[in-house]
Design a protein around this ligand. Structure first.
Ligand code: SF4
Length: 470
C-alpha cells in the first residue's frame, strides 16, 4: 500500500497511548502497521502529520482530558493543512462517547474501535484518498487477526505478548467487558511463534497479557488448554529466560497453575492478583466472586508453593456504599497479606456499568482521605519488604540505562523489583540483556539500589529474597 506523502517527503506519525499494558501493546501494532505503510515517527505532536490517540475508558479523568487534548489540535490542524487526527481504543467503543466525539470533535479524520484495529491501514488509506472523515467501530468481537506487524522499542530485552482479548467477568465497576468484549484466547501456536520471533530478536523476558491472563484457554475448543500448559510450552523455548503474566483474577488461580509456577524455572516469582477490597460486603457488590478470607488463603497457598513469591494488587476505595468499617477491612487485609506493591484507585463511576446504579456514593473528601491512608499503610509495607533485600545478591535482567542516571543501569529481579546499579562505563553496553548478580546496598519504597557482585558465579545468586521479606 502506498502511504500518503506530505510535501514530497515521508510523513510522520505520533501516537498518544493512555491506559493499560494492553493499550501499550495495541499501540505497538498500530506503529507496526504505520511503518509498513511508509510512515516515520515524530516525538512531538507539533512535528507529526498524523496524531493518533489510543484511548482508555477505565477512569473518568483521562477520558475527559482527551476531549481537551484533541480540541486543542484544531488550531494546529488549521495552520497545517493535510495534518490528520485519529482516535482509537476503548473510548469510541462506547456508543455515547462515539456520539459525543462525532459532535464535539468534527476535525477528527479517523475513528476506529478495539475490535477492528486490523482495519487501521485500510481506513487510513480511505481518509487519505477521499479527504473525508471515516468512522468504523464494530460492536461484535469478530475473529482474532494474527500476523499483524508490531513495532517494539529497538534493542528491548523485554516484551509484552497478548494472549487473551476481552473478559468474561462482569465486575460491576468495570467498563472492560463493554469495550473489549468477551474473552478470546489466542491459539497457543500463534503465541509460541511470536515469542520465538521475539527471542530471535534479542528478547529475554516476555509478559503475557490479558485482562484475566490466568483464564487463558477456557474459551478454546480443545480440552486441557490452560495457562499452565502454555507456560510449559513457552518454557521449552531456548534463549527465553523469564516468563511473566498479568493481570489475574483470584478465581482463576488454579492449583494446577500454582504448581506450574512453582515447577517451571523460567516462570518468574511474581503474581499480580487484584483484590479490590478487603470487605466481603464490597466484594459482593463489586461482583468479584470471592471473599477476603478466600483471597488471603489463596496467597498463603501460593507463598507456600513458591516461597520467593512477590505479590502485587489493585485496590479501589470509595466504592458506593463503602462504610468506614468496610474500608478498615481493606486496611486489615493489606496488613495481613503484606503486598509488595499496590495500584490504588479512587472509585470512578463509569457509564454502562452496573455500579453506576448503586446507591450511597461516598463523598469525595472521604474518598481522598481513605486513599491517602491506604497509600501510607501500603508504602510502609512495600518499604519493609524491600528492606529485606538489603545485603542480598539477586538475579537481575539488565534492561538498559537507568532513567534517572546515564551512569547507571537498571533491570528487574525475578520478583519484579526495579533494581538500579552502578557498573563500569566500559561494561555497561555489554551487560544489557544479561542476567547478572547484583548486591543490594540500599532500598526505598519502589526501587532497590546495588552494585555488580564481585563473583559472577550463578551459584552466588539468591533468586528473589522475597521469601525472607515476609
Ligand atoms: S475481571 Fe473484572 S475488573 Fe478485570 S477486566 Fe474483567 S470485569 Fe474488569
Amino acid at each position: 500500500m502506498n502511504g500518503p506523502q506530505v510535501n514530497g517527503r515521508r510523513p510522520k506519525a505520533h501516537i498518544v497511548t493512555l491506559g493499560c499494558q494492553m493499550n501499550v501493546r495495541d499501540s505497538q501494532t498500530l506503529a507496526g502497521m504505520l511503518q509498513r505503510m511508509g510512515y516515520g515517527f515524530a516525538d512531538r505532536v507539533e512535528d507529526a502529520d498524523l496524531v493518533l490517540f489510543n484511548t482508555c475508558s477505565v477512569r473518568e479523568n483521562p477520558e475527559r482530558k482527551i476531549y481537551g487534548q484533541v480540541a486543542a489540535l484544531q488550531a494546529l490542524k488549521q495552520r497545517r493543512p493535510g495534518m490528520l487526527i485519529g482516535i482509537c481504543g476503548c473510548m469510541p467503543q462506547q456508543r455515547p462517547e462515539l456520539e459525543r466525539m462525532r459532535k464535539e470533535l468534527p476535525h477528527v479524520d479517523l475513528i476506529l474501535g478495539t475490535f477492528n484495529l486490523h482495519r487501521f491501514p485500510d481506513l487510513l488509506q480511505q481518509v487519505v484518498e477521499t479527504g473525508r472523515p471515516v468512522v468504523e467501530v464494530w460492536h461484535d468481537e469478530g475473529e482474532i487477526v494474527e500476523g499483524l506487524p508490531v513495532l517494539r522499542e529497538p534493542g528491548s530485552v523485554t516484551a509484552f505478548v497478548s494472549i487473551i482479548y476481552g473478559c468474561d467477568y462482569r465486575c460491576t465497576f468495570c467498563v472492560v467487558p463493554n469495550t473489549r468484549g468477551r474473552q478470546r484466547s489466542r491459539r497457543p501456536e500463534a503465541i509460541e511463534q511470536e515469542v520465538r520471533e521475539l527471542v530471535a530478536q534479542g528478547v529475554r523476558e516476555v509478559t503475557l497479557l490479558g485482562q484475566t491472563a490466568n483464564a487463558y484457554g477456557r474459551d478454546l475448543p480443545q480440552e486441557h488448554l490452560s495457562l499452565a500448559r502454555l507456560l510449559e510450552r513457552l518454557s521449552a523455548i531456548d534463549g527465553l529466560e523469564r516468563i511473566r503474566f498479568t493481570s489475574n483474577h483470584p478465581r482463576e488461580m488454579t492449583e494446577d497453575l500454582i504448581e506450574a509456577m512453582a515447577r517451571l524455572p523460567k516462570v518468574a516469582e511474581h503474581v499480580h492478583l487484584a483484590v479490590q477490597s478487603g470487605s466481603d460486603r464490597m466484594l459482593h457488590r463489586m461482583g468479584r466472586r470471592y471473599t477476603a478470607d478466600e483471597f488471603v488463603a489463596l496467597v498463603e497457598r501460593m507463598r507456600q508453593a513458591i516461597p520467593e513469591l512477590s505479590v502485587t494488587t489493585d485496590i479501589i476505595v470509595g466504592f458506593p456504599g463503602e462504610t468506614d468499617a468496610d474500608f478498615r477491612a481493606t486496611l486489615d487485609l493489606v496488613r495481613t497479606v503484606r503486598f509488595d506493591g499496590a495500584f490504588t484507585f479512587v472509585y470512578s463511576p463509569r457509564p454502562g456499568t452496573a455500579a453506576l446504579k448503586l446507591p450511597d456514593p461516598v463523598p469525595e473528601p472521604v474518598k481522598r482521605e481513605r486513599i491517602q491512608e491506604l497509600i501510607a499503610v501500603q508504602n510502609a509495607i512495600s518499604l519493609e519488604r524491600n528492606l529485606a533485600y538489603r545485603d542480598r545478591t539477586v538475579e537481575v535482567l539488565v534492561e538498559g540505562q537507568s532513567e534517572r542516571s546515564a551512569q547507571r543501569l537498571s533491570g528487574r529481579t525475578r520478583t519484579n523489583k526495579v533494581v538500579v546499579f552502578d557498573a563500569p562505563a566500559e561494561e555497561r553496553h555489554a551487560l544489557i540483556g544479561r542476567l547478572v548478580p547484583i548486591v543490594i546496598e540500599d532500598v526505598n519504597t519502589w526501587t532497590l539500589f546495588g552494585r555488580l557482585a564481585a563473583s559472577q558465579d550463578p551459584a552466588s545468586l539468591v533468586a528473589g529474597a522475597g521469601g525472607q521479606a515476609r
